[in-house]
Structures are given as C-alpha cells and as structure tokens.
Write a protein that binds this ligand. Structure first.
Ligand code: FEO
Ligand code: CA
Ligand code: CA
Ligand code: CA
Length: 629
C-alpha cells in the first residue's frame, strides 16, 4: 500500500484500515490489470478471496447471521425474540377507540400514528420510561376504506392526525417493556398541534401568513417527521422531511426557483389536504411551505409544552439530527438533507452545554452556526479530506448581490446557500450517527439514480458510482476529534452491492458478500458498545440486480474489522426504520414501516386477511443478555 494512503487513514480503527488497505490494493491491482468492468472481480479475484479469508471475525458481535427472507414476518437470530409493541391505530389513552380502517379523525387523534419512523427511549426510572416516535406519513391504500378515491374533510383531518409524533409511556412488567395507556405523559402531536418558530427565521416576512402575522408565533403542526435525535437535556428532535408533497395550488400560480428547489409544485402527492385545509393551497397561503422543513424540539416530559422549530438548523428535507456534545461543551448536530444531489450539514451551538443545569440548556439550539460539507480527495480512492463551510449571511458569498437578504433567508433557503458556497452534492444523505468514542461519525448515502446522469450531479470522490443503485456509508473524523473544527478526514466504510451479479464498484466493497448483501442503507445508530446497526429502505424485488437481498432488513457492523452481519429481516414490502434501546441495551426497539405498501400482499403484524400496519417491534434475548453481544 502506498504511503500516501497510510497518511489518509482514519485514526483508532487499525483493523478496519488494514482491511480497507487490502481493498485498495485490490482496486489498484485490478486497474493495473485492466480488469475493472470485465469480470466479477470482487468475487473472483484471488486478492478478494484473500481479503475475505483474512477478515478478523468480530468479537463485538455474538449472534449468528440470518439468511435473506421474503416471508411476511420479522425474523431475528436464534436466541432472540421479536414481538409487537405498538402498531398504527393502537390505543394511546385508556378511552382510545379500537383500531378499525374506518376510524375517523377523532379516533386517530387518540391512537398511535401511521408509518412509524425515528424514535427515542427516555428512561424515567428502572421500570418506567417514555417512548417518543415519529409517524412519518400515511398510505391512502390503507388509511381509508375507499383507498383515497374520495377524500373528505374528516379524511384530511384523520390523515393529519395520523402524522406527527406519538408520545407513549412504557412500563416494565415481568422483565418486558409494555405500553402504558394510563401514562400521564402520553400525547399525540399532529399536523395541527400549535408550535412556534425560534432562531433567525422567526418573524421573517417569508414566514408570515394571514393566520400568523407574526411569522412564527403559531405554526400549526409538524408532519413527514422522518428520523430523529435527542438531547442530553431530555428533549426529542423530530425532523421534517418531504413537506413539499402536501402542497398544491387551486389556481395558476408562479412558483419561482426557491419553491422548485424544495420540490413545492402545484400538485401534491395525493394527500389532498389542500382541498380541505387552505394552508396547503399555495395559491392561497404561499408562505406556508416556508414554515416546514425544520427540526422540531419537543419536551416529552411536559405534555403541555409547545414544540419549538429550530430555524438555526436550516430548512431542508431533514433526515435525522445526530447530536453530540463536543469536548469543549459546544453542542454539535450533524444533519442530512435526503434528496438526490443535496448536502450534508453541521450545526454548532453558540453557547455551551452545562451538565445537569437543564434550564440553561433549553435554548442551546436557538443560536449557532450552520456549516455544509465539502469533500476532497483523489479520483478512484475511497478516502480523502474535507471541510465545513460556514453558512452565515455576509460570508462566503452569502450576500445581497447573490440573492440573500439576511441570516433568516440563508436558513430558509439553506439549499441555495449550500450551492452558493460550493458544497459537495451527495447521494441522498440519510441518517448520521456518532460513534460512542465521540470521534468517528457515519452517514448513510442511500442511493441516487441521477448520479453521473444529471449535469448538476457529476461523479465525485465521495459519490463515485454512476446511478448508485445500492448506496454506501461514509465515515469522517474531525481534526483532533474536535467536532467544531473545520477540517476532517473521511473514508467509505462500505459500498453495498451485489457480488453475485455485478462486477467492479457495483459488486461492493469486500465487506459485502453473498451472505450479507443489502441495498439502500438508511437508518443507522450505535449501541453503547459501538456496534453499528444498519437499517434498509431499498428495493425488495429480490430479482435482477437485487437478487439474493430479500425484504428490507437490519444488519450489525463492527466498524473496527469492517464485518457486517444480517440481524433482522422484515415482512413484505416494508422498510426498516427507527431504532432505540433501553439503557441496559437488553431491549431494542425497531420500526417496521409500511408493510404491504402499494397493496403488496402483507398482513403484518396481525395475519389472516387483516390490514397491514406499521409497527414498533420489541426485541429481546431469551437469556436476557445484551442485544448483539
Ligand atoms: Fe424518510 Fe429519507 O427517509
Ligand atoms: Ca429514512
Ligand atoms: Ca430512505
Ligand atoms: Ca420511509
């Protein structure tokens, strides 16, 4: 291996570095041999076999990998149990109506929302906790008995009540965490719960509407809350993602480039909210789209608290909010914008976290600096350097003459600001996770059919695969382990792929083999021991380029050795998303989202001829041990 690569290696990961060095050697070998693209070289080359054979078997993971599955159920390894904790339509309160597909909006307000996504377990005591979970969106084909053919005003209200955030107390009974419908913290936050804007965008003209002339004093609701984050001061972060899909126009309107950049059009994605709620009619309420696309901070310990949208973290299609406390006390939040060719961001708080003094931490996310990532490196290598570029009005070309009037506008149009400063276009940044060593940060880049196809998304060092059908996971390490530093080193932890039917880069890095293939990594999170859990939202055809991958799944990785093992497989046409643990790591909660989407033949979890329902699973070990160990 060249010296040059050695210099670029990430620190503290010697075993993985050896492994990736071998991979790089193999790539150079193949380039020299002119073999790239001519044979299934990852699978066939003697170098690859040597790499696979020498991979250190992980001491971190103690379970036996499971095979891919196309069954309509959740499968976990031997010695583990996966059970339903709560599903769409289940009771949040003692008097909640029983689930039925014909439930109305009043019923849905009292029931667990649809399309469970990011979630956090907040312990209250040894046997009491509160689970906060996003309910991202709805599927007309299941939400309504008419499958969305004739959406009434109450149907819209029901849809809005099925979105948002569910807060539910858990109680430990006979060693298992169960839902407590009597919990006094139980709450349903919907697409019409009052909340407020904080930070630089509050009060800006672009946020003013007839109903809220103050521009952020009262914003109704949050919706399309994808993934999440949590703070050490006990609050929850719900991230607004595809907010654009809910807006339409009742008459011809001129939606300029700032609407276009966020995908707001005169047609919605079929929710029909605009027909019965004029907030979602851009012809009538043109500023409403500016009030969504934010990170929302929620205090689950106070059911009467007003959620706060944090405009200092920028407006885009937020995936999650990976928060860490830097060694100097600054709060750092890593943020992905999940759209093809969009960007990766970092927020650094102005003030510092004070352990234990909760009151002074409450507004840490109100003020700070947003940065966007710019990656550098040599073509053909899977590592390099990068820098964080500041998005502050008056700096880096974010000026009047380039179309930005204020810091408020830099935050509201964060995507345009990122383009202005020359940020790297990415293959759909999904979740970010900070390793418990607080030095290494990982991000999933789920896939990108426009990479190398659209002019504004050429191949680049960190997104090197044309059309990237499988996705990859990158890793970076800030200089001196300081998350406020502008410089970082990066590498690619895994390029997923299909070594059975592909060759070259499409086969994947050597830590992908026929037994652990997957595509479209999305949710990721670490447990306390440093196991990286990877959830997929990918193609589940199990054919062609995706043959052998089966249904969506969850895997576990040892980031030191690079080894990846399949841990869980989901039911038909679902996505696996949402991950949290009890503090002893003996219970894991995993979200099964939209089983049976587009009328695929799933009846998960109830079986028979039941309507499939998004569900949070509770995973434990029969011997009561730590999950994954
Ligand atoms: Fe809601 Fe980017 O996934
Ligand atoms: Ca996702
Ligand atoms: Ca996804
Ligand atoms: Ca999803």
């Amino acid at each position: 291996m060249s010296k040059h690569i050695d210099q670029r290696q990430l620190d503290n990961e010697p075993e993985f570095n050896r492994f990736i060095d071998a991979a790089m050697n193999r790539r150079n070998f193949l380039r020299a041999a002119g073999a790239a693209g001519s044979v299934a070289f990852f699978a066939a080359s003697p170098v690859a076999k040597a790499v696979a054979g020498s991979m250190d078997k992980s001491k971190l993971m103690g379970f036996e990998a499971i095979p891919a599955s196309t069954a309509d159920t959740v499968v976990v390894p031997d010695g583990y149990v996966a059970e339903t904790l709560i599903s769409w339509g289940d009771a949040l309160f003692p008097n909640s109506p029983k689930f039925s597909q014909s439930n109305d909006s009043k019923a849905q307000e009292m029931q667990y929302g649809d399309n469970t996504d990011g979630m956090t377990f907040f312990p209250l005591s040894n046997d009491r906790a509160v689970l906060v979970a996003n309910n991202e969106y709805t599927n007309n084909e299941y939400l309504y008995t008419h499958q969305g053919k004739n959406i009434s005003a109450d149907d819209v209200r029901k849809g809005q009540a099925a979105h948002g955030v569910s807060i539910i107390e858990l109680v430990k009974k006979d060693g298992k965490w169960e839902v407590n419908t009597e919990g006094r913290l139980n709450r349903k936050i919907t697409a019409y719960t009052p909340m407020e804007m904080t930070g630089p965008a509050r009060g800006d003209d672009l946020l003013k509407t007839k109903a809220d002339p103050e521009g952020g004093e009262t914003i109704l609701g949050t919706y399309n809350n994808c993934a999440n984050g949590q703070t050490p001061w006990g609050t929850y972060l719900a991230c607004e993602e595809n907010f654009n899909g809910y807006f339409a126009a009742s008459e011809e309107v001129d939606l300029g480039p700032t609407y276009k950049r966020y995908g707001v059009k005169d047609k919605d994605w079929g929710y029909d909210w605009w027909k019965h709620d004029e907030r979602f009619d851009v012809a009538k309420t043109p500023n409403e789209p500016h009030r969504f696309g934010w990170v929302v901070e929620i205090d689950p310990m106070d059911p009467n608290s007003k959620p706060k949208k944090r405009s200092a973290l920028g407006r885009f299609k937020h995936e999650n909010a990976a928060l860490t406390i830097n060694k100097d006390g600054h709060v750092v939040v890593y943020l992905g914008d999940d759209e093809r060719g969009e960007h990766l961001y970092k927020f650094v708080s102005k003030n510092k976290y004070k352990p234990g003094t909760h009151a002074s931490n409450r507004d840490l996310l109100e003020e700070g600096t947003l940065y966007v990532a710019k990656f550098d490196g040599k073509e053909g290598e899977l590592n390099g350097k990068g820098e964080w570029v500041e998005l502050t009005f008056g700096k880096n070309g974010l000026t009047q003459e380039n179309g930005f009037k204020s810091q408020a506008e830099v935050m509201i149009f964060a995507r345009e600001a990122a383009t202005q400063v020359g940020a790297t276009t990415m293959d759909r940044p999904e979740w970010v996770a900070v390793h418990p060593d607080n030095k290494h940060v990982f991000c999933t880049l789920t896939n990108n059919k426009y990479r190398g196809v659209r002019e504004n998304q050429p191949l680049n060092v960190v997104n090197p695969r044309e059309k990237n059908p499988y996705g990859h996971i990158i890793r970076w390490e800030p200089q001196d382990g300081d998350h406020t530093a502008s410089d970082f080193k990066w590498d690619i932890f895994v390029m997923t792929g299909n070594p059975e039917v592909q060759e070259g880069l499409m086969a994947g890095t050597p830590n992908i083999n026929k037994d652990n293939m997957f595509n479209s990594p999305d949710g990721i999170g670490f447990d306390g021991a440093g196991r990286l859990w990877i959830q997929t939202d990918g193609k589940y055809s199990n054919e062609g380029n995706f043959a052998g991958m089966g249904n969506n799944q969850m895997l576990c990785a040892d980031t030191k050795t690079g080894e990846i093992r399949r841990f869980l497989t989901g039911p038909i046409a679902c996505e696996i998303t949402g991950l949290t643990f009890s503090p002893d790591y003996k219970t894991m909660f995993v979200g099964i989202q939209h089983p049976g989407e587009d009328l695929a033949p799933s009846h998960f979890p109830d079986g028979g001829d039941s309507v499939p329902r998004s569900t949070v699973m509770r995973i434990t070990r029969k011997d009561g041990g730590v999950i994954g160990a």
